[in-house]
Design a protein around this ligand. Structure first.
Ligand SMILES: Cc1cc2nc3c(=O)[nH]c(=O)nc-3n(C[C@H](O)[C@H](O)[C@H](O)COP(=O)(O)OP(=O)(O)OC[C@H]3O[C@@H](n4cnc5c(N)ncnc54)[C@H](O)[C@@H]3O)c2cc1C
Length: 421
């Protein structure tokens, strides 16, 4: 094994090139750091390639809420539900689940929502800045985030979420059926009676393209890319060594941005974290363009989102606790097809072009890990963004660049520290 020396005193490795790593690399390269991006695969091709594309401003509601916690027994036993806890994984998931349940207590939800607020309310601004630096503004369209409800019972379950949004001044409106139809005329009018609309939210119909644009923006500012599998990150000799399957590289600092695979690196660096993966799925139908839908549309009563992605309408769903290695199980998402055909009749004759599964990097409290390791000032963490990794990637990159540069925090960052676990 040879050793590649990187002597620049401001050298920094960004390990992981999903949307979070790519945004962080761009934010750092824009400030003149000598950035090396290391990923075992193609930039943005992991979890960041298959999401629903929402940059959801005002997403202050964490995944664990009192309602969700009450539904956990149903999730375990409902074979057709969107949320699944695989029996073989129950024991491994238990410590995370215990914390998840604790995070769902009303008082805790209130404090988590308060901690999410400064992140989600700066999400679009941060994306616009990074997209401006990387000729990527066309990737982001401010078309809003729409959820529709087929029944009054379904809508009334949103009272808690609406209360949280109101408390934090989130811009949203409640739509009647006619207003939903004005926004999305091709939806079957029998599919909804009400909607909730967050007009400030953005949509990226090609999330992998956005990650690659951010990454290319970093390359234009001198960043380098290394396609290697990272095996170990260590602090030594006043610097950081990153051992890959090819070599050992040395840097002044490192950012761990390996999404759902970040726990092993935190452990190597002496930090404990509660991180698991909520696996999610999509089916891509053909039908490109926006003639059927103009924006993502969520159907919370069926736990799915329809999104008009660049290569076709996607139905996005699933929240499966089964770990990093278990094979995908497409049965539940396939079972949604009749529902998709009924709510969006234009999809009726389409065949499935692609089945996909991705690994959300999820903390039990729905807050990302953004910050410096308490053990070493050269180690920075940027992972654990769960359901909001696209939304929060740009603000995460900017916050990390601010910390590396020693600037004052723009708001209280203690809720995102790794030593909260
Ligand atoms: C179905 C679904 C729908 C979603 N919808 C939305 C949405 O609408 N809006 C939203 O904001 N979020 C959404 N998300 C969440 C979002 O996609 C994720 O939070 C986000 O992609 C995580 O990005 P990341 O960069 O942290 O991780 P990843 O994209 O997983 O990137 C991690 C990178 O680390 C690399 N890596 C891992 N281990 C190693 C190693 N040992 N050596 C080298 N490289 C390594 C991987 O190759 C990968 O490229 C959705 C997720 C899913 C699954």
């Amino acid at each position: 094994m040879n050793t590649a020396e990187t002597k620049n005193p401001r050298s920094i490795a960004v390990v992981g090139a999903g949307i979070v790593g790519a945004a962080t690399a761009l934010a750092l390269a824009a400030e003149g750091y000598a950035v090396t991006v290391i990923d075992r695969g193609e930039v943005g091709a992991g979890t960041s390639s298959g999401n629903a594309g929402g940059i959801v401003e005002g997403a202050v509601t964490p995944t664990a809420t009192p309602d969700v916690i009450r539904s956990i027994p149903a999730y375990i036993f409902d074979r057709n539900g969107a949320a699944v806890l695989r029996p073989a994984y129950v024991l491994q998931a238990l410590p995370w689940l215990v914390r998840f349940i604790a995070a769902g207590r009303p008082a805790r939800v209130a404090s988590i929502a308060a901690a999410l607020h400064p992140l989600v309310s700066n999400a679009m601004r941060a994306h616009r800045t990074l997209a401006g630096l990387s000729n990527a503004l066309d990737f982001i369209r401010t078309v809003g985030w729409l959820k529709v409800y087929g029944s009054e019972a379904g809508f009334s379950k949103t009272a808690f979420e609406r209360e949280l949004m109101t408390r934090h001044g989130v811009d949203f409106s409640i739509l009647n059926a006619g207003e939903v139809a004005d926004l999305e005329p091709n939806l079957n009018k029998d599919a909804y009676t009400r909607g909730i609309f967050q007009p400030q939210s953005g949509f990226v119909n090609y999330p992998m393209g956005l990650a690659q644009a951010y990454f290319e923006g970093s390359l234009r500012r001198g960043a380098q890319y290394v396609q290697e599998n990272v095996q170990e990150i260590r602090v030594n000799d006043g610097g950081i060594s990153v051992r890959t399957d090819q070599t050992i590289r040395r840097f002044d600092s490192v950012v761990v941005a390996t999404g759902a695979w970040s726990k092993q690196f935190a452990r190597q660096l002496g930090d404990r974290v509660s991180l698991d993966t909520e696996r999610g799925y999509h089916l891509s139908l053909g039908l490109t363009g926006t003639h059927l839908l103009s924006r993502p549309v969520g159907f919370p009563e069926r736990d799915c989102v329809l999104s008009p992605m660049h290569d076709g309408i996607s139905v996005v769903s699933g929240d499966e606790l089964a770990g990093l290695d278990a094979p995908p199980d497409y049965r539940r998402i396939r079972a949604l097809l009749p529902f998709v055909n009924s709510v969006l009749p234009g999809t009726r004759f389409q065949t499935v072009q692609r089945e996909w599964m991705g690994h959300r990097p999820s903390t039990p409290d729905s807050l990302p890990v953004i910050g410096r390791s308490p053990r070493c000032h050269r180690v920075f963490y940027a992972f654990g963004h769960g359901h909001l990794g696209l939304t929060l990637s740009a603000i995460t990159g900017q916050l990390i660049a601010g910390m590396v540069g020693g600037r004052a925090d723009p708001f209280d960052l203690t809720p995102y520290r790794i030593d909260r676990f």
